[in-house]
Design a protein around this ligand. Structure first.
Ligand code: AMP
Length: 427
């Protein structure tokens, strides 16, 4: 399949060539012709599959008739709305829209919470054809009557599964009610859960389904490995691995904002250049942290799951799960940041004996176990009482007893003896 076969016109083919895309990704091959034909599309595609171009390129093709150089805002009503769950994804999608529409007279902008609304209002007043927005901020604009959605022709719900998780669907419903019923709707989601199918039933008309990779599949060029280690030695093991493997760009996931801040300052103190990105930081701080990481000014970016959604950093070689996520699905989202668009990548998980349940859940979802490697001096100490920070939430076992190291950890932890001995034997 080539881009020429997909039905895009010469200027968009030139854009694609300029970006260095030689052939369409699977989601692009499947979705672009359907979108060009005006169909509603329900697509299961994770970040990293080229999904943004899969909806932006054909949409630009369909909207080209609206491109005009008129000064009057009335000549530039919103024709396409792209809703995303997070500010970072909104900014990223908007950057792709700008890149792909470069040279066209179609105008675009992005609006999201956590920043001043006035500059956004000024741009909206002048008129834009393509608007990228997070639902909450868009509702603010709707309330202030600074945006009119009555001429929207294409609606994209990007990372709809995350919008669902984050409780945005009531806002999405209100927003959709302001648009013409006669429109094209495209819903992109990392996975098709029953909730997503219900949502598609509500917002899409007779959609075509595009499912590019098997559910929960992981890119072939991605190496996964886990290291057993006690929680309170993870930071030192991380530093050891960064030095041992001369890692230059590492995205590290923690479960909590506090954990992210603490780890970042520890790494900094130990001479590993680092920044952090999480929900408590201002938009400006987040953007700065991301830019520093993208520009190779810092080696490590520590992130929480919510803050990391949709981050696009080209050719990211390493992702580290400093802690496994509570939701196994988040493991797939996290490691999807590496091994993207054909580049190879490594996803490392630092797993303490207290995380065996989370590890089991991840391995169940992957339908395979993650190869285990050991660094002898960081192996968990079987005799040691865990520190308070390592205890499960609540500090009590399921039986209600005060927590002590459960017997199953030494007898059959998910990564334990068989994986450990296999790893040790392979050295
Ligand atoms: P996305 O899944 O939209 O977040 O895109 C992931 C990355 O893939 C981005 O850095 C895009 O620039 C890149 N990309 C998109 N389409 C292609 C393509 N056909 N060939 C190579 N890279 C692509």
């Amino acid at each position: 399949m080539t881009f020429e076969n997909l039905g895009l016109s010469a200027d968009l083919l030139a854009t694609v060539a300029r970006e260095g895309y030689t052939e369409p990704t699977p989601v692009q091959s499947a979705a672009i012709p359907l979108i060009l034909a005006g169909r509603d599309v329900l697509a299961a595609a994770q970040t990293g599959t080229g999904k943004t171009a899969a909806f932006v390129l054909p949409a630009l093709e369909r909207l080209r008739g609206h491109a005009n150089a008129g000064f009057s805002p009335a000549r530039h009503p919103v024709r396409m709305l792209i809703l995303t769950p997070t500010r970072e994804l909104a900014v990223q999608v908007s950057e792709f829209v700008k890149t792909y529409s470069h040279g066209s007279a179609l105008r675009s902008t992005v609006v999201y919470g956590g920043t001043r609304i006035d500059p956004e209002i000024k741009i909206l007043w002048k008129g834009v054809e393509i608007l990228v927005a997070t639902p909450g901020r868009l509702m603010d604009h709707v309330g202030q009557r600074t945006v009119n959605l009555s001429q929207v022709e294409i609606l994209v719900l990007d990372e709809a599964d995350r919008m669902l998780d984050m409780g945005f669907i009531p806002d999405v419903r209100k927003i959709v009610a302001l648009m013409p019923a006669q429109r094209q709707t495209l819903l992109f989601s990392a996975t098709f859960s029953d909730d997503i199918r219900r949502l598609a039933g509500e917002f899409l008309k007779n959609p075509e389904t595009v499912e590019v990779a098997a559910r929960n599949s992981i890119a072939d060029n991605l190496t996964q490995v886990l290291y057993p280690v006690d929680q309170d030695r993870k930071a030192d093991l991380l530093i050891h691995l960064i030095k041992r493997d001369s890692m230059e760009q590492v995205l590290v996931f923690t479960r909590s904002k506090l954990g992210a801040s603490r780890l970042a300052s520890y790494l900094d103190r130990r001479g590993v250049s680092c920044s952090a990105i999480h929900g408590d930081r201002s938009q400006q701080e987040r953007t700065r942290a991301l830019e520093a990481f993208r520009g190779h000014f810092v080696k490590v970016l520590v992130a929480t799951d919510v803050a990391s959604r949709g981050l696009d950093i080209a050719d990211l070689p390493y992702v580290v799960n400093y802690e496994l996520p509570y939701e196994p699905q988040d493991y797939i989202h996290r490691i999807g940041r590496t091994g993207r668009a054909g580049a190879s990548g490594t996803a490392i998980s630092l797993v303490s004996p207290q995380e065996v349940e989370e590890l089991r859940a991840v391995q169940r979802l992957l339908r395979k176990s993650i190869p285990c490697e050991v660094v002898e001096e960081y192996l968990p100490d079987p005799d040691r009482e865990p520190a308070a920070a390592e205890r499960p939430r609540g500090g009590r076992s399921q039986s209600g007893q005060s927590w002590s190291r459960p017997a199953r950890v030494s007898s059959a932890p998910a990564y334990s003896r068989s994986q450990l001995s296999a790893a040790a034997g392979s050295r």
